[in-house]
Design a protein. Structure first.
Length: 231
């Protein structure tokens, strides 16, 4: 479903003397439907940057990111236009970032319903599904109508994960999904990830929690870093 070929990313620094800092160098990997590939490596290796290149947040310096959609059309996400990328995000590609960016003065259940509403699901059905998922990961009903800014770190992270998976995306990108979670919540989240795999989703995930990784990952890709000097 996703095939990355010789992907590289260099950041241009415009502070003081202009410099280029290499991040990713010739990354090649692939993920089949119904499987999960875990990306591992030390901090600063570029793991999160790799996911952002796939999601279109970062523009790769070189290389290709081939994604095959549900109609068997192949897109190179490294060069896909923004309008097409936005459509793919709404309909097929989910992303769970490390940090939950709180939307002020919007209730948690309405935030979580948003991705389903964007797909044309009715408001009642979307809220019902959002409630079911929050209950499943232990977010009490008393919090569903609250603003996420009032949530604990673990509650925010659980909502963040649910936001990325509520549409059952064909391709799911996970960046440290089990961070800040207690053992019970972690088990619930890993069960949801397993369910997506069983439904045919391809998952590319970044992990530092190796025990959780071994629970859900079918294979791993290790990014080995060399000392990165500005050039």
């Amino acid at each position: 479903m996703i095939k990355i070929e010789n992907l590289s990313k260099t950041f241009a620094m415009h502070v003081g003397e202009e410099k280029a800092i290499p991040c990713l160098n010739s990354i090649s990997l692939s993920v089949e439907p119904g499987t999960m590939l875990a990306v591992i490596g030390p901090s600063g290796a570029g793991k999160s940057s790799l996911l952002k290149c796939v999601y279109g947040t970062y523009l790769p310096t070189s290389g290709h990111i081939y994604y095959t959609n549900e109609r068997k059309k192949v897109y190179d996400l490294a060069i896909t236009d923004l309008q097409t990328m936005r459509r793919l995000r709404i309909n097929e590609i989910g992303y769970v970032s490390q940090f939950f960016h709180v939307i002020p003065r919007i209730a948690a259940i309405d935030i979580l319903s948003g991705p389903l509403l964007n797909r044309g699901v009715g408001a009642a059905a979307a809220r019902k599904r959002a409630g079911e998922l929050m209950e499943r990961v232990g977010i009490p009903e008393s919090l569903w109508g609250m603003y996420p800014s009032t949530f604990s770190g673990g509650e925010k992270q659980r909502l963040n994960i649910l936001y990325g998976i509520i549409t059952k995306p064909r391709l799911l990108l996970l960046d440290e999904p089990t961070a800040s979670l207690d053992p019970v919540s972690k088990a619930s989240v890993l069960e949801l990830i397993q369910g997506l795999k069983q439904q045919g989703s391809a998952i590319l995930g970044v992990f530092h929690d190796y025990e959780s990784m071994k629970t859900v990952a079918d294979q791993s890709y290790h990014i080995v870093t060399k000392k990165q000097e500005p050039v």
